[in-house]
Design a protein around this ligand. Structure first.
Ligand code: NAP
Length: 308
C-alpha cells in the first residue's frame, strides 16, 4: 500500500472503533485494520448489562454493530487483514499483513486479549466437540443437556447464566469458596435454579471417547476426586494479553500487559495502547472506549508536535 496514513488503529474492538471515531473527528487520515469482525470479542458475549445508556441491557453483538456503525459513519478506511509483523523505522510504523504492508506515522494498538486455557487432559482433544471458550457461539449444541463452566470471574458467571437459559443443568467449577465476579452478577446467579456451584474444586481431565462424557474434578481442600457427567465444558479462566507484535517496542508488567502513561503513550514515540491489552485496574467495555478516545487525542497531539 503506497499511502502513508497519519494513524493506523490495529484491532476493531470497542477500544479501536472509538479510537478511530475520535481520530477521524480530529481530522486524521486513519486506517483501521481488523483480522476478523468489527466489534471484537463483545460479539461473543450474550448480554451486556453495564454499558451506560442501555438500561435494559443490550446483546454483545448489537452493541458491537452499533460501535462499528458509529465509527464507520466517520469514513475511516478499513481493511480486514491479519498483521504478522510491526516495525518502527525512520519514525514510521510498518505493519506487514497477509495481503499488504501498511504504513503510518503513528499507531494505536488495541488487540485485546485471548482466553487462557487450563492445560488439562482432553481440553485440546475435545476443543470444538464439547470444549468451548464461547458460550454465545456454542451453547445451542447443549440445549437440554448438562454442562460445566470452569472459573469464577465475571465471564464465567455471565456465560453460566446464559447457558442456564438453554441447558438442563450448569455446574460452575471454581477453585475457591468465593466468586471473583461482581455482586450484581452473583445476585442474578443465585436466582437460577439449574446452576450449581462446586466450590474449592479444580478440573483434572475431560473424559470421553468420541464425545465428552464427563469431567473429573478434585476438591483442593479434601483432595477428593469426583466425576460430573456433562456433555460440554466451557472454559473461562481468564485472559492473556496479545502483545506479540510489539513486545520489543513497549514495556510489559509481570502479567504481560503493556505499560502506558495516562495518555495511553508507550516508551516508543507515536505508539499508543488502548483497551484490555493495556495494564489497568478495571477491564470493561466502558474503560476500553475511554482508552480509545484518549489514545486518539494523544495521537493527534503527537502528530501536531512532529509537524513542527
Ligand atoms: P478473571 O476475572 O481473571 O477470572 C478468571 C477466573 O478463573 C477466576 O475466578 C480464577 O480464579 C479462575 N481461574 C484462573 N486460572 C484458573 C485455573 N487454572 N483453573 C481454574 N480456575 C482458574 O477473567 P474473566 O472472568 O475472563 O474477566 C476478564 C476481565 O473482563 C475482568 O476484568 C472482568 O471484570 C471483565 N469482564 C467484565 C464483564 C462484565 O462486567 N459484565 C464480563 C466479562 C468480563 P480465582 O478467582 O481464584 O483467581
Amino acid at each position: 500500500m503506497e499511502k502513508i496514513f497519519d494513524l493506523i488503529v490495529l484491532g476493531g474492538g470497542p477500544a479501536g472503533l472509538t479510537a478511530c471515531l475520535y481520530a477521524r473527528r480530529f481530522g486524521l487520515e486513519v486506517l483501521l485494520i481488523e483480522k476478523l469482525t468489527l466489534g471484537g470479542t463483545i460479539n461473543l458475549t450474550d448480554r451486556v448489562d453495564n454499558y451506560p445508556g442501555f438500561p435494559e441491557g443490550i446483546s454483545g453483538k448489537e452493541l458491537g454493530s452499533l460501535l462499528a456503525d458509529h465509527c464507520q459513519s466517520y469514513e475511516a478506511e478499513t481493511v480486514y487483514d491479519e498483521v504478522k509483523r510491526v516495525a518502527f523505522e525512520n519514525n514510521s510504523y510498518f505493519l506487514e499483513g497477509e495481503f499488504n504492508i501498511y504504513q503510518a506515522k503513528s499507531l494505536i494498538y488495541c488487540t485485546g486479549t485471548k482466553p487462557k486455557t487450563t492445560g488439562i487432559a482432553g481440553e485440546d482433544k475435545f476443543y470444538g466437540r464439547g470444549v468451548s471458550f464461547c458460550a454465545a457461539c456454542d451453547a445451542y449444541m447443549f440445549k437440554d443437556k448438562e454442562v460445566a463452566v470452569i472459573g469464577g470471574g465475571d465471564s464465567a458467571v455471565v456465560e453460566a447464566i446464559y447457558l442456564a437459559s438453554l441447558s438442563n443443568k450448569v455446574y460452575i467449577i471454581h477453585r475457591r469458596n468465593q466468586l471473583r465476579a461482581v455482586k450484581s452478577l452473583q445476585d442474578k446467579l443465585v436466582k437460577m435454579e439449574n446452576i450449581s456451584i462446586v466450590w474449592n474444586s479444580i478440573p483434572l481431565k475431560i473424559i470421553g471417547e468420541k464425545e465428552v462424557a464427563g469431567l473429573e474434578i478434585k476438591n483442593v481442600k479434601t483432595e477428593e476426586i469426583a466425576f460430573i457427567p456433562i456433555k460440554g465444558v466451557f472454559i473461562y479462566v481468564g485472559e492473556t494479553p496479545q502483545t506479540e507484535l510489539i513486545k520489543n517496542l513497549v514495556n510489559l508488567d509481570e502479567n504481560g500487559y503493556i505499560l502506558t502513561d495516562e495518555f495511553m503513550q508507550t516508551s516508543t514515540p507515536g505508539l499508543f495502547i488502548a483497551g484490555d491489552v493495556r495494564k489497568k485496574p478495571f477491564r470493561q467495555i466502558v474503560t476500553a472506549v475511554s482508552d480509545g478516545a484518549i489514545a486518539a487525542f494523544s495521537a493527534y497531539h503527537y502528530l501536531e508536535e512532529i509537524k513542527k
